[in-house]
Design a protein around this ligand. Structure first.
Ligand code: ASP
Length: 317
């Protein structure tokens, strides 16, 4: 007899970047990621559709202040938060998203609403107007910690070019990265979502990769969410590159190895997570760390102890 629940697969990420020096911080991140990947898995196992599970998972991660999405997003150069999010339905091969939205708790909800709209990716003013139309309550995503970090940068005359969203920090609640969720539901349908506060300290109007096919992409064969330096992700068109290679028949581990070897040669700094229609769990990184956790249908695992530098992994179905 086929065990239908074994069909459900989930992988999530909470960013990629420099090494976490503080071991306590690492364990706290691991606990958060394991708890959330399990919550998403339970929902999928109870019969929820991949798209609904992805939205739910993104909301959980957007609510967690340690991650750079929703509440706890990093501040841009002018001291404001502008968030971006995208959702892609693999079965319908349809992407929707918002770019540089402010004052909402869950940017992924706007992306979800836009799935059925004629105009599917909205930028700042348009996304704010949509939030108003939907009657979403105004929400201030700035935490005291993020404000203190930004004020420290201002006191240092903005020496750094970005916030170092995954960079080491003595405080385990400090800087963590963008979030992403990929789910294969019990019907074998794939969906992916990504949500971010951006790089931090960027100039006003900078557009993240997260709401582009470079950062978030899915079809019936595979689904991928990326994190890291958005400009690097855009230049490699990483999510679409991986998905299309797999769709065209390249073995998933070969697609990962080839894409990350090219990225390493081009000195890119990023990571990616994904699933295939066949149920393979995929991840890869060129950065020091990738904060990702997955549920195979029987066990939980993560990428937190991987060595620094380029690594790829495939947990086969
Ligand atoms: N990719 C995001 C951006 O560049 C940042 C991140 O993934 O942490 O906006």
């Amino acid at each position: 007899m086929i065990d239908m629940y074994r069909n459900v697969k989930v992988i999530i990420h909470g960013g990629a970047g420099s090494a976490l020096q503080d071991r306590g911080g690492l364990e706290a991140v691991r606990q958060d990621l394991h708890r959330m990947v399990d919550q998403i898995y339970q929902r999928a196992q109870a019969g929820a559709k991949a798209m609904d599970c992805v939205v739910y998972g993104c909301q959980l991660l957007e609510d967690a202040p340690r991650f750079n999405a929703g509440y706890g997003s990093v501040l841009q150069s002018d001291g404001q938060v502008r968030m971006s999010a995208a959702l892609m339905d693999g079965q319908a091969q349809r992407l929707s998203g918002v770019i540089n939205v402010s004052r909402v708790a869950h940017p992924i909800d706007l992306a979800a609403h836009l799935q059925s709209s004629d105009d599917r990716v909205l930028s700042d003013v348009g996304s704010m107007e949509l939030a108003r139309e939907l009657g979403l309550p105004l929400f201030d995503p700035i935490t005291d910690l993020r404000l203190r970090e930004w004020m420290q940068e201002r006191a240092n005359h903005f020496q750094r070019s970005m916030a170092g969203v995954v960079a080491e920090a003595a405080d385990p609640h400090a800087r963590r990265g963008t979030i992403g969720v990929v789910v294969r539901d019990e019907n074998g349908h794939l969906a992916v979502g990504t949500s971010t506060g951006g790089k931090g300290l960027e100039r006003i109007g900078r557009v993240s990769d997260s709401a582009m096919p470079a950062g978030t992409y899915a079809n019936g064969h595979a689904a991928v969410s990326c994190t890291g330096i958005g400009e690097d992700i855009i230049d490699e068109c990483l999510a679409a590159r991986l998905v299309i290679r797999i769709s065209d028949g390249m073995a998933p581990e070969v697609a990962l190895a080839k894409s990350f070897a090219e990225a390493t040669a081009n000195q890119r700094d990023f990571g990616a997570i994904g699933l295939t229609q066949g149920g393979d769990i995929l991840w890869g990184k060129t950065s020091d760390v990738l904060l990702a956790a997955y549920h195979t249908g029987t066990t939980l695992g993560d990428t937190l102890d991987q060595p620094q530098g380029t690594q790829t992994g495939r947990i086969s179905a």
